[in-house]
Design a protein around this ligand. Structure first.
Ligand code: ADP
Length: 568
């Protein structure tokens, strides 16, 4: 220690001790100082301690504080020359890194001896002391300069470390994440504000009675202790989902836990453990909201799609219905044609009577002639009588042929059957019947069973039946006081549908009932007695039955029974 040798004089020693003590008190004074204040204070202290002419302290800018270049001189200098001196000293410091050097004295005549002590910030940071004394610096000077530089460095580093720590603490404290430190045995050391709030912890006293595994949901605590802690200790870290519990409400809170080990940087030994954990409730809620939204969206899309499909279906149905309506209109016309044919049949009766009259008269004449021949005395020859009867037979066949042709004429139409809407069909037939003959002020009541709507039929033929029955009913009621016609459909059972046409007309005498469905039985002057026989043929062709019964209280009831279509 060369500087010790210098202190042979008690006075020197005293002075050195006094300076060392003064230097040692500086860090306490510097506690609240910023970099510039520390640099200035160090420069002032050294100027007197070293009996120097100038002290220059240069500190680089550190994070929140600007660079500090401070110069102190023993004699007052103008600010202009002060800047000049500072420039020269800075150049001297930067140019030569030797700890001692000599430059031209920027403060006056002669030379200036310079001693430098670097500060621990890297770069150009350091303290420069200059004196015109050729003995400068002594070993004691260099010692004091070095100690001052070290103290100033430490003070500034501490200041920065504290600022850094404050920043870190405020980040941790303000963080919304659960941040905590614990001893290796699980005793909590520190919890941030968020941790207290998230778990509903009342204060540090409560925390000190707990272990970090108490923070977790009961089953999770055991798992964490048995399985996860060894991972943290072994690998240094575990990251995953864990359920914590709220101490006040008991709510189980899912957390994304980053659990890590903290090692002593010097020894590498684990000293603590810590966690930064995130409350997953908002994220889970968001996920479930999203899922719900997605579901609703899917549902809405499905609904909209089905609405569209339904609209499309309806449109298609409407289009089909329109098509069917067109077809129906055409068919109605056809039916009308048939109806007019039927109603014209009465008028045709005259013509037909004439047609039939001829073969029938011929037939009667032949039979009468035959009878006379056989009765005459002497009787005619058998072969003559046979010829006459042969002619009679021919005429009868001709009459039969005429009737057959008439039936064909009336029943002519499509034989194709399809599912028809019975109420529609009846409504149309009723319309045609009324239009055809006039309803004579009769009340018509149509009543349809919704379970008897479909029928497998040839529309025109079945309408012909209905038309005939309704028209007969109206005709039978022409002279009645009580004119009421009821057409009712009913589902009898799984297999059959019934249509009743009931009127309040004259009813039917027994002699007519017997032959009602046979051709040429009529009570009408202009009637042909063919309608009901044709109706029965048509109904039977539809695998149904047509029957009559008297209406209780007067009138007739005709019942048409038809099979329920197989599709039903
Ligand atoms: P037409 O009407 O040409 O006489 P139909 O075969 O339709 O031929 O009828 C046969 C006969 O049955 C009619 O002449 C009539 O005497 C009788 N008849 C048919 N329907 C009724 C009815 N609803 N009420 C009373 N008599 C009827």
């Amino acid at each position: 220690m060369p500087w010790v040798d210098e202190l042979s004089e008690p006075q020197e020693l005293r002075r050195c001790i006094r300076d060392l003590v003064a230097l040692s008190t500086l860090p306490a004074i510097w506690k609240g100082y910023n970099s510039r204040q520390i640099a200035d204070s160090a420069a002032a202290a050294l100027l007197s301690m070293l009996n120097a002419d100038v002290i220059y302290v240069s500190v680089p800018g550190l994070r929140d504080e600007p660079a500090a270049d401070v110069m102190r001189t023993s004699q007052a200098v103008s600010s202009r020359s002060s800047d000049h001196v500072e420039r020269i000293l800075r150049r001297a410091w930067r140019g030569r890194r030797e700890q001692i050097s000599t430059i031209d004295n920027p403060l006056g005549k002669g030379t200036l001896r310079i001693a430098a002590a670097p500060m621990g910030f890297g770069g150009d940071a350091g303290i420069l002391a200059g004196s015109v004394n050729p003995q400068f610096p002594s070993e004691t000077h260099r010692l004091l300069l070095g100690i001052a530089a070290t103290h100033a460095t430490l003070a500034m580093q501490r200041r920065h470390a504290e600022a850094e720590q404050r920043r870190l603490v405020s980040v941790i404290e303000r963080s919304s994440e659960f941040i905590g430190f614990a001893h290796l045995d699980g005793r909590p050391q520190y919890l941030n504000k968020a941790a207290f709030e998230l778990l509903g912890l009342s204060g540090i006293e409560q925390v000190q009675r707990l272990n970090i595994f108490d923070f977790m949901a009961p089953d999770e605590g055991t798992r964490a202790h048995r399985e996860l802690l060894p991972i943290v200790m072994g690998t240094g870290r575990w990251l995953g989902e864990l359920n914590f519990r709220h101490f006040k409400t008991g709510e189980i809170i899912p957390f994304l836990v980053d659990w890590f080990r903290i090692d002593d940087p010097r020894t590498g030994r684990p000293t603590n453990m810590a966690t930064v954990s995130r409350d997953l409730r908002p994220q889970k809620k968001l996920e479930s909201d999203l899922r719900r939204l997605n579901d609703t969206l899917e549902q809405r899309v499905a609904e909209r799609t089905s609405e569209l499909q339904e609209a499309l279906r309806r449109l298609t149905l409407e289009a089909e219905e329109r098509g069917r309506a067109d077809v129906r209109a055409q068919k109605s016309q056809l039916a009308l044609l048939h109806a007019s044919r039927l109603s014209a049949a009465g008028q045709m009766a005259g013509a037909l009577a004439h047609e039939l009259n001829q073969p029938l008269t011929a037939f009667t004449n032949s039979v009468s002639a035959g009878r006379r021949m056989m009765a005459s005395d002497p009787p005619h020859r058998v072969d003559t009588v046979r010829d006459i009867l042969g002619e009679a037979a021919e005429q009868a066949l001709r009459a039969g042929e005429i009737i057959r042709r008439l039936r064909e004429f009336v029943t002519r139409g499509e034989t194709e059957k399809r599912i028809e809407n019975l109420p529609d069909l009846i409504r149309e037939a009723n319309g045609l019947a009324s239009a055809g003959i006039g309803a004579h002020g009769a009340t018509v009541r149509l009543s349809f069973d919704p379970h008897a709507e479909a029928v497998l039929a040839n529309r025109i033929q079945l309408q012909q039946v209905m038309l005939n029955l309704i028209r007969n009913a109206h005709e039978a009621m022409e002279k009645s006081e009580w004119r009421e016609l009821e057409v009712v459909t009913a589902r009898l059972d799984d297999e059959s549908i019934e249509i009743t046409v009931a009127d309040r007309g004259s009813g039917l005498p027994d002699n007519i009932v017997e032959h009602l469905f046979e051709p040429f039985h009529t009570t009408k002057i202009d009637g042909m007695g063919l309608g009901l026989s044709i109706c029965r043929s048509i109904v039977e062709a539809h695998h149904g039955k047509l029957g009559y019964e008297p209406n209780c209280g007067g009138g007739a009831i005709f019942r048409v029974t038809l099979p329920v279509p197989l599709e039903q």
